[in-house]
Design a protein around this ligand. Structure first.
Ligand code: PMT
Length: 402
């Protein structure tokens, strides 16, 4: 999907600048044209000669190309591009971008850029965790930029933590997916639930489950990249969203998730219920930490939570599509069919814990999609990001049928 695309690659002063060479090679190999814009500090880490050789384009760094009065137009560059990728992006450049400090060619180009902008931070773990950096990144997200979260691992400081620039292959894949996705969900409003719920026992304990939110977040990104406005209602997870079309609502308990789902579904075209919602919660929440009873067992009385999927199924209007998940350990198909019917879903995505690589936490899943027409489609084990695309494809078919 990158063939013929024009990409501005912004490089800043970070040890990870060497990865920019692999990025250029990957983009060019896929048929994209790359124009490098590098900050003065960036040139301390990777030379323009290397970047020129790989991109076959003169590298831009200064406003003025020489002393003959000619200058580089950041405006023309901004209009030329189909995408701008800033990788690696240091805390300083992120701060300048967030606050409009246009004192170099890279930031002026960013401010003039009409194309989607992808930012891949690279920095020490404490710099990345600092509230200033977090705030600046949130600001960029708010401007509609895509933040490619750094990975965890050993950093240039030899400390281990979050701050390593994402690998070039992954960045290329993100752009490839971005351009691959049609805009077939434009103007659609989709509610997605994700992650676990926590049901409080006392101020320090809760009943929860192993859901990481990965499947639900992948669905939110897949819908948003195809043009949908997504409301993502998520339980407690350590994930970030990248697409500005995703409006994230954080909740903790099943009751809170129920409240937000009931509030947002009436204005939506579809809902995908991927959250692992606790079916029960403690009947009472202790005000103080429950002390250990040395002499015996403890009994916790539980009360049923509302079934969000069934409640939305009961208020579903003609034209709305409701998609559920079934997480099974046995009698997979019959259990899934029972949930499909009882909850008034349009289709259900079944994943079984009996399948290796499926279900909670991992990056992969293996699903079957069961429809109201008794149709069962089985899919192979794939990345959750790919599984999400399969589910969204089915959603689009179902929306058209409605
Ligand atoms: O988050 P990950 O680590 O990536 O893992 C993904 C996943 C395994 C959590 C996901 O793929 C999945 O299977 N989600 C549904 C988990 C679940 O609760 O399944 P269930 O069979 O118990 O529930 C059936 C459906 O009813 C689900 O759509 C569920 O969201 C919904 N439900 C359940 C209970 C309840 N009180 N309200 C609900 O809406």
């Amino acid at each position: 999907m990158l063939a013929g695309k024009k990409i501005i690659l912004g490089i800043t002063g970070s040890i990870a600048a060497y990865k920019a060479a692999y990025l250029i090679r990957g983009f060019v190999k896929r048929g994209a044209e790359v124009q490098v814009v590098i900050t003065p500090a960036g040139k301390e880490f990777i030379t323009p000669i290397t970047l020129f050789a790989l991109s076959s384009n003169p590298v831009i760094s200064e406003f003025f190309s020489n002393r003959d009065g000619s200058w580089h137009s950041h405006v023309d560059l901004g209009l030329w591009a189909d995408a701008m990728v800033i990788a690696p992006a240091t805390a300083a450049t992120i701060g300048k971008m967030a606050n409009g400090i246009a004192d170099n060619m890279l930031v002026t180009t960013y401010l003039s850029c009409k194309a989607p902008v992808f930012v891949a931070p690279a920095m020490d773990l404490d710099m990345f965790a600092h509230p200033t950096t977090r705030q600046n990144l949130d600001k960029l997200r708010g401007f509609g930029n895509y933040i490619i979260e750094p990975a965890e691992g050993e950093l240039a400081s030899h400390l281990v933590g979050k701050g390593r620039m994402e690998e070039p292959d992954k960045i290329i894949e993100i752009l490839d997916n971005f351009f691959a996705a049609g805009q077939d969900l434009q103007k659609k409003k989709i509610v997605i639930t994700a992650g676990p719920t926590y049901e409080k026992i006392d101020p320090v304990r809760f009943i929860g489950n192993y859901s990481s939110g990965k499947m639900g977040f992948a669905l939110a990104e897949a819908c948003a990249s195809r043009g949908a406005d997504v409301t993502l209602i998520t339980g407690p997870v350590g994930l970030q969203v990248t697409n500005p079309r995703i409006h994230r609502i954080n909740v903790e308990s099943a009751e809170e998730m129920y409240g937000m789902a009931m509030q947002t579904f009436p204005g939506a075209d579809a809902a995908i219920l991927c959250a692992a919602v606790a079916d029960y919660r403690p009947a009472t929440v202790a005000e103080k930490k429950i002390k250990r009873n040395c002499n015996g067992n403890m009994t916790l009385e539980l009360t049923a939570n509302k079934d969000i999927a069934a409640s939305l199924g009961a208020i579903k209007k003609p034209g709305q599509v409701l998609v559920g998940f079934a997480l099974e350990t046995n009698d997979e198909i019959s259990n899934a069919v029972e949930k499909l019917n009882r909850k008034n879903l349009d289709f259900i995505v079944m994943n079984s814990l009996r399948e290796e690589g499926a279900g909670f936490q991992g990056d992969t899943n293996k699903i079957s999609i069961l429809t109201r027409q008794d149709d069962v489609k089985e899919y192979s084990l794939r990345l959750k990001t790919e599984v999400a695309v399969d589910i969204v494809d089915q959603l689009i078919v179902t929306l058209k049928e409605k």
